[in-house]
Design a protein. Structure first.
Lengths: 487, 457
C-alpha cells in the first residue's frame, strides 16, 4: 500500500493542481507533495518491507506488482531526493503555463518511480515509455533554441530502443512456462540457450544503451541537454540516465548471463572508448552546458564499464556513484543555468572574472566541480575509486583507461571553471548579482549530500547491505555461466 | 439476422425521409435505428443461427464485429449532424447509403459461402462509389469516385473470376467444403484451384488496401468527402478484415504454402509501403490513408499468425483503431474549417494555444495510432506482437517493429505541429456535441488500453 502512495502521490497531486493557474499556489503544493514523498521513502529505507500485487491483464500474464530490492531502493531514493530540488528550481522564475509544467514534472516523477518499483516486465515497459511522454513535452514546450528538431531526435532515438526492448520482453514472455507471464521472477528462472542469449543481448541492451548513453548511441544527448530548460536537464541527466543502468541490471544480468558474458569485453571497450571520446570532446567545447553534458557522458561510460566487469567492488561503486553522479550533475547544470540567466551567455570565451561580482556562486561551483572530478572526501571519489578497483581486477588496462576519466575530468572541469570564474572581469558583467536565498536552498543540500556521502558513506553502505545481497544475486548467474564454460 | 433486416429497412426509411423538408430529423432517426440494430445484434449473441441453406452463419465472431461496426457508424453519424449542417441537398442519401454499406458489411462478417461474400462486398462497395463522389461539384471528389469505381470493379471482376475457378475445381461455394477439398491434396494443389484462391485473396486484399493493391486508397481518401473517408477507413476496413479472416479461418487454414508465402510478402510490403509512404505526406488525409495502410500490415501480421486468439486481437485492433481514427477526422475537419479549407499538416499549428483540451485529446489519439502506452493502440500492437512472436515469426516481427518506429515519427510530426505556435491564431469553433464526442473517444481509447479482457470469439 505504501508503495502505491509513493508511486501515485506525485501524479495525483499534479492532476489536482491542474485547475489552478497561479504559480504561487501550484509551486508550493507540488513541492510539498514531493517532499512528503521523500519523507515516506526515507521511512521505507528504515523499515524496508513492502510489496503490492494485483492481477491486471490476466490472459496476457500481466500483473500490477510493485516491490523493491536494494538496487531499486537506491534509484527511488535518488529520484525522490532530486525531484524536490527540481521543482524548487522553478520558483521565482518566469514560466509559461506553470500548472501544466508542474503537472508534467510530477508525472515524470511517478513514471520514473514506476520504472524502479515494477516487478513485472510489462509494467516496467509501460512506465518506461510513460516517463518519456511528459519529458518530451517539457522539452518541446519549455526548451530553448532548436527544440523542435532536437526533441524529435531524442524522442525517436529513445523509442527505437524501447520498441526493441518490447520485442525482447515478448520474446522472454513466450519462453516462460505456460501460463506465460511477464513477471521478473519468472524471467529470472528462465534457462535460455546460449546462442539465443547472444543475439537477445543486443535487443535488450540497445534500449538501455541509448538511455545512458553508451558510445555510439549517444548522439542525441549533448544537444538535448544543451537545449533543455534547467528543470528538464536536471531530470534528464540526474535521473533518466539512471533508468538505463537500472534496466540493464534488472534485465541483462539475471536473465541472460551468458549473453552478458559473451559481450562483456565488447561493452567495456565501447564504454572506455566513450570515456576517452567524451573527455576529449569536453576539452574542445566552449559551451559550458555542452561541456557538462560530455563530462556526464564520460562518467556514465565509466559506470557502464564498471557494471560489466561483474565484481562486487565495481557494483558497489556503481551504486554509490549513481547517487553521487545524479546529485552532482543536477547541481552543475543548475549553476550553469544560473550563469546563463545572469550573463545571458554560456560560451566560455565570453565569460570570465565572474568571481569578482559573484564570489558565493563561484565558491559553490568550485565545490560541485570538485565533487564532479572525484576529489577525496566527496561521494564521487568513493564511487569512482571502487569502480576503478573493480576494473583493475578485470584488467590493468581497463583500470588505466577508466582512471583517465578522473584525470581528464579534472583538467577540463577546472579549466572551464578558470575560464568562467577567474581572470579579468569583463566590463559587461559589472552589474550581475550574486546568488539568492533560493539558490542556496537548492545547492547547499545537494552539496551536503555530495560531501556528506564522501566523508561518511557508512549509512549508505548499511543501506547497501541488502543491495550487496542483490548485487551478489546479479553476479551469481553470470559466475555460474563462467564455471559452466570452464567444465 | 433481424439486425440485418432491420438495418436494410432503416436504410430505405432514411432514404424516404429525404422527402421531408426538415433534415434535422435525419441523423436522430438514423442513430436511433442503429441503436435498435445494436440491440438486435446483442440478442443474437451465442445463438450461432444459420440462414439461406447455411449460406449465412451469425456466430459470435460476426456479431462481435457487427456490434463494433455499428458503434463506429453511430459515432460517425453523430458527427454528421454538424458536418451536414450547411449542405442543402441529398443529405438523406448520404445517411442511407452508409446504412446500406453497413448492411453489406454485416454480410461480409457472416458469410460461409463465397457467393454471400461476393454479395456483401458488392453491397458495401456500390454505395461507397456513390459516397466518394458525394461532392458533386468538386473535381477531386469526382476523380475519387471514378477511380474507386474503376479499380474497385476491376478487383471485383478478379475476385469473381477466382470464385469461378475455385468452383470449377471443387464444385462448391461453401467454405467448409472447400476446406475439406483442399485438405485432400496435402499441400499440392491443382493449378486451377491455386490460381482461383489467389484471385479471391487479391480481391479481398484490394478491399482492405493491402500492398500492392493499395494504390487507390490515398487518392480516394483524399478526394472523398472527409466523413466518407472516416467511414471508409474505419467501418469498411473492419468489414474487409473480418471477411479476410473468416475466409482464411473457415476455408483456407492451414494455408497452402504458395498462398502463405504470397500473404507474407503482402504483409511485409504493406507495412513498408504504408509507413514509408506516410513519411513524406504533407496532406493530412493522405497521411491518414497511408497510416491506414500500415495498420493493415499490423492486422495482417496478427491474422497470419494463425493462433486461436487472433480473431479477438483482430477485433480489438480494428475497434480501437477506428475509435481513434473517427475523432481525429473530426478534429481535422474542425481545423480545416478554421484554416481556409487547407488540408496540410500545418493547419494543426496553434491548436494547443487556442484549444488546449482538444490538443491533449488529439495527442492521446495520435499516441494510440502510434502505439504508445497507456493507450489501447499500444495494447493492440502488443497483442499482435505477442501472437506473432509466440508463433516464432521473429524477422517479420522485428521488421514490423522498425516500421512502427517510422509510424511514431510521422504521427509525432503532427503532434509537433499541434504544440507549435502560429503567427495569427485561428478561430476554432467546436460544438458541444463534437467536443463531447472527441472526449468520449479519447477517454475510451485510454480506458480500453488499461482494462483489457479476452473476448470469447
Amino acid at each position: 500500500m505504501i508503495l502505491l502512495i509513493i508511486l501515485f502521490l506525485p501524479i495525483l497531486t499534479g492532476l489536482f493542481l491542474l485547475p489552478f493557474r497561479s504559480a504561487s499556489v501550484v509551486r508550493p503544493m507540488a513541492l510539498a507533495a514531493s517532499v512528503i514523498n521523500l519523507l515516506i521513502t526515507l521511512s521505507l529505507v528504515l523499515s524496508p518491507s513492502a510489496a503490492y500485487a494485483v492481477e491486471w491483464i490476466s490472459f496476457l500474464g500481466i500483473n500490477f506488482s510493485l516491490g523493491f530490492d536494494g538496487i531499486s531502493m537506491i534509484m527511488i531514493l535518488l529520484t525522490n531526493l532530486l525531484f524536490p530540488f527540481i521543482l524548487l528550481a522553478g520558483f521565482n522564475r518566469e514560466q509559461r503555463n506553470v500548472h501544466i509544467l508542474n503537472f508534467l514534472i510530477l508525472f515524470t516523477q511517478s513514471a520514473l518511480l514506476g520504472v524502479f518499483l515494477a516487478q513485472n516486465a510489462f509494467l516496467f515497459y509501460v512506465f518506461w515509455e510513460l516517463s518519456l511522454i511528459p519529458v518530451y513535452f517539457i522539452l518541446l514546450i519549455w526548451g530553448g533554441d532548436g527544440r523542435k528538431t532536437i526533441t524529435f531526435k531524442f524522442f525517436i532515438y529513445t523509442l527505437t530502443g524501447s520498441l526493441l526492448l518490447l520485442f525482447g520482453i515478448i520474446y522472454l514472455y513466450q519462453l516462460t512456462p505456460v501460463p506465460h507471464t511477464t513477471d521478473f521472477a519468472a524471467f529470472n528462472k528462465l534457462n535460455i540457450p546460449a546462442t539465443t542469449q547472444i543475439w537477445l543481448f543486443w535487443i535488450l541492451f540497445i534500449a538501455f544503451a541509448i538511455k545512458m548513453p553508451v558510445f555510439p548511441f549517444h548522439t542525441w544527448q549533448p544537444p538535448t541537454y544543451n537545449m533543455a530548460s534547467t528543470q528538464g536537464v536536471m531530470i534528464l541527466a540526474g535521473v533518466m540516465t539512471k533508468m538505463g543502468i537500472y534496466g540493464a541490471l534488472r534485465f541483462l544480468f539475471p536473465v541472460i548471463p551468458q549473453g552478458v558474458l559473451y559481450w562483456q569485453n565488447t561493452v567495456i571497450v565501447l564504454s572506455l572508448i566513450g570515456v576517452i571520446y567524451a573527455s576529449l570532446i569536453a576539452f574542445r567545447k566552449t559551451n559550458l552546458k555542452m561541456l557538462i553534458a560530455f563530462s556526464s557522458m564520460a562518467h556514465i561510460s565509466l559506470m557502464v564499464a564498471a557494471m560489466f566487469v561483474l565484481n562486487t567492488y565495481a557494483l558497489q561503486g556503481l551504486l554509490i556513484q549513481t547517487i553521487s553522479h545524479g546529485v552532482t550533475i543536477a547541481a552543475l547544470f543548475y549553476i550553469a543555468s544560473l550563469i546563463k540567466e545572469k550573463t545571458g551567455t554560456i560560451e566560455l570565451p565570453q565569460l570570465g572574472g565572474l568571481k569578482l561580482q559573484a564570489p558565493k556562486m563561484a565558491l559553490l561551483l568550485l565545490i560541485v566541480v570538485l565533487g564532479s572530478i572525484a576529489l577525496p572526501l566527496t561521494a564521487g571519489f568513493i564511487g569512482e575509486f571502487l569502480m576503478i578497483t573493480g576494473l583493475f581486477q578485470q584488467s590493468i588496462w581497463f583500470a588505466a583507461i577508466g582512471g583517465l576519466t578522473m584525470i581528464l575530468g579534472a583538467i577540463y572541469m577546472l579549466y572551464a571553471y578558470q575560464r568562467a570564474m577567474l581572470g579579468v572581469q569583463k566590463s559587461v558583467f559589472n552589474k550581475i548579482t550574486d546568488i539568492r536565498a533560493l539558490d542556496y536552498l537548492i545547492l547547499i543540500p545537494l552539496i551536503v549530500v555530495i560531501i556528506g556521502l564522501g566523508i561518511y558513506p557508512q549509512p549508505i553502505f548499511n543501506l547497501f547491505d541488502q543491495s550487496i545481497h542483490a548485487t551478489q544475486n546479479l553476479i551469481k548467474p553470470v559466475a555460474e555461466a563462467v564455471s559452466a564454460l570452464a567444465h | 439476422m433481424t439486425a440485418l433486416i432491420f438495418t436494410i429497412v432503416l436504410g430505405i426509411l432514411v432514404l424516404y425521409l429525404g422527402f421531408i423538408k426538415n433534415k434535422t430529423i435525419l441523423a436522430p432517426v438514423a442513430i436511433a435505428g442503429l441503436l435498435v440494430s445494436l440491440y438486435l445484434s446483442f440478442q443474437d449473441w451465442g445463438l450461432g443461427s444459420m440462414y439461406f441453406h447455411n449460406m449465412i452463419l451469425f456466430d459470435n465472431f460476426s456479431i462481435a464485429f457487427n456490434i463494433s461496426m455499428i458503434i463506429i457508424t453511430i459515432l460517425i453519424f453523430i458527427f454528421g449532424i454538424d458536418y451536414y449542417e450547411d449542405m442543402k441537398l441529398h443529405v438523406a442519401e448520404q445517411y442511407a447509403l452508409m446504412i446500406f454499406a453497413l448492411a453489406g458489411a454485416f454480410l461480409m462478417t457472416s458469410f460461409s459461402n463465397l457467393i454471400m461474400l461476393f454479395l456483401g462486398i458488392e453491397i458495401l462497395s456500390i454505395p461507397l462509389y456513390v459516397l466518394a463522389g458525394g461532392k458533386k461539384y468538386s473535381y477531386r471528389s469526382n476523380e475519387a469516385s471514378f477511380k474507386y469505381f474503376m479499380l474497385g470493379s476491376f478487383a471485383t471482376a478478379i475476385f469473381l473470376f477466382g470464385i469461378a475457378l475455385v468452383y470449377g475445381a471443387s464444385a462448391t461455394f461453401y467454405l467448409p467444403e472447400i476446406k475439406t477439398f483442399i485438405a485432400q491434396f496435402n499441400g499440392h494443389l491443382p493449378p486451377m484451384l491455386l490460381v482461383g484462391l489467389l484471385f479471391i485473396l487479391i480481391g479481398v486484399a484490394f478491399k482492405v488496401a493491402a500492398a500492392p493493391f493499395h494504390f487507390w486508397s490515398p487518392d480516394v481518401y483524399e478526394g472523398a468527402p472527409t466523413l466518407v473517408t472516416a467511414f471508409m477507413s474505419t467501418v469498411v476496413k473492419t468489414a474487409g478484415f473480418a471477411a479476410f479472416y473468416r475466409l482464411l479461418n473457415m476455408g483456407l487454414l492451414p494455408l497452402p504454402i504458395p498462398l502463405e508465402k504470397a500473404l507474407w510478402v503482402m504483409t511485409a510490403l504493406t507495412l513498408f509501403v504504408g509507413n514509408l509512404g506516410a513519411l513524406k505526406q504533407t496532406n493530412f488525409k493522405r497521411l491518414l490513408a497511408y497510416s491506414s495502410i500500415s495498420h493493415s500490415g499490423f492486422i495482417m501480421l496478427a491474422m497470419l499468425s494463425q493462433h486461436g486468439s487472433s480473431a479477438a486481437v483482430l477485433l480489438y485492433y480494428t475497434f480501437v483503431y477506428s475509435l481513434a481514427t473517427v475523432p481525429i477526422f473530426i478534429i481535422f475537419i474542425l481545423m480545416k474549417r478554421a484554416s481556409e479549407r487547407h488540408e496540410e499538416l500545418f493547419i494543426f499549428r496553434g491548436l494547443f494555444k487556442t484549444k488546449p483540451w482538444i490538443a491533449v485529446f488529439m495527442t492521446i489519439l495520435l499516441m494510440s495510432l502510434a502505439g504508445i502506452p497507456p493507450t489501447s493502440g499500444f495494447m493492440a500492437k502488443y497483442q499482435v506482437f505477442v501472437l506473432s512472436i509466440s508463433q516464432g515469426i521473429l524477422w517479420t516481427s522485428i521488421f514490423a517493429i522498425l516500421m512502427a518506429i517510422i509510424g511514431i515519427y510521422y504521427y509525432f510530426n503532427v503532434v509537433r505541429e499541434v504544440f507549435t505556435e502560429r503567427e495569427q491564431p485561428s478561430v476554432i469553433i467546436v460544438s458541444k456535441l463534437n467536443a463531447a464526442l472527441i472526449i468520449v473517444c479519447g477517454v475510451a481509447v485510454v480506458i480500453l488500453g488499461i482494462f483489457v479482457w479476452k473476448l470469447p470469439i
